[in-house]
Design a protein around this ligand. Sequence first.
Ligand code: Z5A
Length: 207
Amino acid sequence: MTGQLITLEGGEGVGKTTNLAFIERYFDDRGIPLLKTREPGGTPLGENIRELLLQGDAMDLKAELLLVFAARAQHVAAVIRPALSVGTWVLSDRFTDASYAYQGGGRGLSLEMIETLERWVQDMLQPDLTLLLDLPVETGMARAKDRGRPDRFESEQLDFFERVRAAYVGRAKAYPQRFRRIDASQALETVQAQIKSHLDAFLERQG
Ligand code: Z5A
């Protein structure tokens, strides 16, 4: 059996890092081999590109989009496809939905261009399950504010994050088969109970 690709998405301060650890434990407890990875990043080249994207100087928006997909091309070829082909499940902290949300929604770049890059880099590869942690932008920004010096994305303003959120929610509606939207404004135990019930249902579907 080939592995399954699960992605975790959401805007600023939604609690991805906190919940990734919970998801890892969930698979560990069931003895399912899981490779945890992230975007931008996941490979030595991707981690270098991540540094440029998060900490680098101001950049042209098209350069930003191409860097995100350059990191993804390496990630898909060197990490994700090889793992899936030997039956290892992959959990990625962000994937292409983030490009639609941040570069498409946030930056206002052409969705057609993102689709073209997506097809070129991924061919038919799509996540099997996407967990979207969703909460009001002000709540997320308040949760994230104690994190030290903000990076290039964290320095953006409220309206940018509103567009990011709207783009994520739009994609969740457009792809209901793979998206599960979780209300991340609830208490952590409630959020994690919802994540567990989506993972239980997903595992059941695999048979
Ligand atoms: N990016 C892009 O533009 N295009 C792309 O294609 C891709 C990425 C792939 C880095 O992402 C940037 O890359 C990202 C978009 C861009 N920029 N932003 N913003 P990242 O995923 O590495 O960075 P991040 O968004 O900052 O994620 P994070 O580190 O996982 O942060 P988080 O979601 O805020 O998670 P957290 O640290 O677990 O939670 C924040 C706080 O909330 C923390 O104090 C928790 O204890 C608290 N928390 C968590 N859950 C709860 C609940 N339920 N109640 C109360 N408090 C909670």
